[in-house]
Design a protein around this ligand. Structure first.
Ligand SMILES: [Zn+2]
Length: 130
């Protein structure tokens, strides 16, 4: 089996890191340059590759399973499922551990969601496409 084929199937061959960079770049483009969880605008250099279904739970390194996330969200999510993590960001008082970080993620989410709504309103008012 060639190394390229192995990496594409999610193996941890020599080129997995290269594939992760490709998937991360593509995910950031699809997410319009924002963290998949808190919506913070990111530059490519500040973007981490987030395994939506965690590796520890069998999640693969594939385009379908890699999202672009800010470092704090990626680190905080760790091995949680996407559903549990999103719920804790929206309801940080339910977090049993790392409560400070969950409150900060909640603050980012509220700020950047508002920013996105404001941008949409301004674009519409200015007659620009969204
Ligand atoms: Zn984030």
């Amino acid at each position: 089996m060639s190394g390229k084929k192995r990496a594409r199937r999610g193996g941890r061959g020599v080129s997995e890191r290269a594939w992760i960079r490709v998937y991360r770049t593509e995910a950031l483009r699809q997410q319009k340059g924002k963290c998949v969880f808190c919506l913070e605008p990111l530059t490519l250099g500040r973007t981490t590759a987030e395994h939506v279904n965690p590796r520890a739970k069998g999640g693969s390194t594939s385009a379908e399973n890699i999202a672009a996330a800010c470092q704090p969200c990626n680190s905080l999510k760790a091995n949680m499922s996407e559903k549990v993590f999103r719920n804790l960001i929206r309801n940080p008082d339910r977090a049993e551990r790392r409560r400070f970080e969950f409150f900060m993620a909640n603050a980012r989410f509220r700020i950047f969601r508002r920013m996105a709504l404001a941008e949409r309103r301004i674009r519409r008012a200015a007659g620009l496409k969204e």
